[in-house]
Design a protein. Structure first.
Length: 264
């Protein structure tokens, strides 16, 4: 099976290294990653500057081929599928990660990791975003998560990905024996409050530092946030289809009342 791997932590990150090494034992792995950290880049694309791409002479961590680019996480996947990979190398899966830190709840809107997988889903490729809910980033910290992805792919062989779908996976930062299971979840609301601390620098200039506080959530909630706090791996099916279809008729009844939308 062909797998395209990318991330938002950059080509040198330990998470992508661990994921590549583990998947390359069983699959044809191709890596296209940013040349530097692009965390919280969201779903951005490069439009006004050239995209530079360099193929590394010695492919890394067992991958068939490895490229590095000055582009965003979304650029990596879009460019890889549409311009770099040959027809024989086209991916059966796009896998993004392993991210250094969680991607839970509404925070996924800012996540470069999730954006990688979302770009794959937009291009019709089954896609998975994987994050380790930890601030530790040593190579060993990512090894269990990488092995879990291998096992997950075996389970997914009988799952037909619906169009526009990606799976957002978050692994608790625990020893393997302390993870109690897997939870299929919905997105939680928010991890942190939107608080900014106003400060003064040594030159008397005002600046702001994001200082959000952790938001509590019921431990019984069927959300990704609650699952990780309960020592479970959360798997959340996510779609980029944002239309709220159930509201369309109500909105039309107000704005186009009397079957007339020509009131301008």
């Amino acid at each position: 099976m062909n797998i395209l791997i990318s991330n938002d932590d950059g080509i040198a990150a330990n998470g992508i290294r661990a994921l590549t090494e583990e998947l390359a034992k069983y699959h044809n792995v191709y890596v296209i990653a940013p040349d530097r950290e692009r965390s919280a880049a969201g779903h951005s694309l490069t439009l006004h500057t050239p995209l530079r791409v360099e193929e590394l002479e010695e492919s890394r961590s067992g991958a068939k081929r490895t490229w590095v680019t000055n582009g965003t996480p979304g650029d990596c996947v879009k460019l890889g599928i549409n311009a770099i990979l040959s027809p024989e190398e086209q991916p059966d899966y796009v896998i993004s990660g392993i991210n250094h830190g969680p991607n839970l709840g509404s925070d996924i809107l800012y996540s470069g990791t999730v954006s990688c997988a979302m770009e794959g889903a937009m291009l019709g490729v089954p896609s998975i975003a994987v994050s380790l809910a930890s601030m530790h980033c040593e190579y060993e910290d990512f090894q269990y998560s990488a092995k879990f992805v291998v096992s997950l792919l075996k389970k997914l062989k009988d799952f037909q990905f619906p169009p526009k779908l990606l799976l957002n996976v978050n692994v608790p930062a625990l020893d393997e024996d302390d993870i109690v299971g897997i939870a299929i979840t919905e997105l939680g609301r928010k991890m942190f409050t939107d608080n900014y601390e106003k400060r003064i620098d040594p030159r008397g200039k005002v600046y702001y530092w994001m200082a959000g506080e952790l938001i509590s959530e019921p431990s019984t909630a069927n959300t990704d946030i609650a699952a990780v706090r309960n020592n479970r791996i959360s798997i959340t099916p996510v779609t980029f289809e944002m239309t709220r279809k159930e509201t369309m008729n109500d909105l039309s009844g107000i704005i186009c009342k009397g079957d007339s939308c020509n009131w301008l």
